[in-house]
Ligand binder design. Structure first.
Ligand SMILES: Nc1nc2c(ncn2[C@@H]2O[C@H](COP(=O)(O)OP(=O)(O)OP(=O)(O)O)[C@@H](O)[C@H]2O)c(=O)[nH]1
Ligand SMILES: [Mg+2]
Length: 327
């Protein structure tokens, strides 16, 4: 059974790496649904990852993230680079979802297999959105992409976690936010490598720039990199060249002194820890610790009938004993 699955998956992964779009869509579904074959798919793809630049694009709803991503993707395609896009929560009240939908249709129509766009459903992702996004990005990268763009609304903890997987983080702001620059989630401001002030056709772009500079002077530096600030009108493409330059500079900076490696290491340190946690929990569930049993313990602890500090070590021992007996 396992070998059958592994053989089938091997063929699928080979087709993914050869740039077969249907195979890519199938592989992504397997990963997104956390299916039985997901681990083999990811493991098969992993050796084919690492070369692409991963760019996270985040910012408040409607800031123009999809439009910026679209313009970047177009520029890179024109330069012959292969581009992957993962968009998380494109179904907010703004037009992002529709824009992406159009693009997916366009991509099918012109058969451009150098561009792949995937929308992530925010609900129903088994094991968390950050995990699913990271894994889907990896599969897309393995299909032979030079750049992977990950678009996400920068509001919740999930989104901050998603952006962590990026090598370069672009935060999109818009004029007319007033003091709201301060209210953008602090975690997102801190991890910004490049600020885009989009909708620069509106009044107040200079004010936003001033506010970012003020915040920058307060906070510490991100290594020797001072986040660059670029103004764009994404709808017309004005300023997008400046953004491309800023990304290129960041890529060069990351390339020196092992910085890219250091970033990816710190990302994987957290990620591996999370993977171990999940694997242990799964182990616990297959060795007699069902959700129902957790619920029963929770009820007893909540009503003071059971001591959680005694309970947990005994549960852990129980799992290891059960596992030992199975081996
Ligand atoms: N005036 C102006 N409008 C823009 C600009 N960039 C984007 N827009 C418009 O702003 C709206 C939202 O743009 P999107 O690119 O969908 O924004 P988003 O951040 O991806 O939105 P969500 O994914 O829904 O959070 C669209 O109607 C765009 O046409 C700009 O530079 N100037
Ligand atoms: Mg969008």
């Amino acid at each position: 059974m396992t070998s059958f699955v592994a053989t089938g998956v091997r063929g699928l992964v080979e087709r993914v790496c050869a740039g077969d779009m249907r195979a890519l869509a199938r592989a992504i579904s397997l990963v997104e649904n956390d299916s039985l074959e997901a681990t083999d798919v990811l493991s098969g793809c992993f050796p084919h990852t690492g070369a692409a630049l991963r760019i996270g694009v985040t910012g408040s709803p409607g800031a123009g993230k999809s439009t910026v991503v679209d313009k970047l993707a177009q520029s890179w395609r024109a330069a012959g680079k292969r581009v992957g896009v993962v968009a998380v929560d494109p179904s907010s009240a703004f037009t992002g979802g529709a824009i992406l939908g159009d693009r997916i249709r366009m991509q099918e129509a012109i058969g451009d297999n150098g561009l792949y766009v995937r929308s992530m459903a925010t609900r129903g992702c088994l094991g968390g959105l950050a995990r699913a996004t990271a894994e889907v990005s990896q599969v897309i990268e393995a299909s032979g992409k030079d750049v992977v763009l990950i678009e996400t609304v920068g509001v919740g903890q999930d989104e901050v976690d998603i952006v962590r997987l990026a090598d370069v983080t672009v935060v999109v702001l818009v004029p007319g936010m007033g003091d709201d620059v301060q209210s953008i989630k602090a975690g997102i401001m801190e991890i910004a490598d490049i600020f885009v002030i989009n909708k620069a056709d509106r009044e107040g772009a200079d004010q936003v720039e001033k506010e970012i500079r003020a915040l920058q002077s307060l906070s510490g530096r991100n290594g020797s990199w001072v986040a660059s600030i670029v103004k764009t009108i994404a709808t017309t493409g004005a300023g997008v060249d400046g953004l491309l330059d800023a990304i290129e500079q960041m890529r060069e900076w990351l390339g020196a002194e092992g910085r890219l490696q250091a970033r990816r290491k710190s990302y994987w340190q957290e990620r591996i820890e999370e993977m171990v946690r999940q694997a242990l929990l799964k182990e616990a569930r297959t060795h007699g610790l069902s959700s129902e049993q957790f619920a029963e313990h929770a009820e007893r602890v909540a009503s003071g009938q059971e001591d959680p500090y005694q309970l947990v070590p005994s549960l852990v021992a129980q799992v290891f004993d059960a596992r030992g007996a199975h081996q």
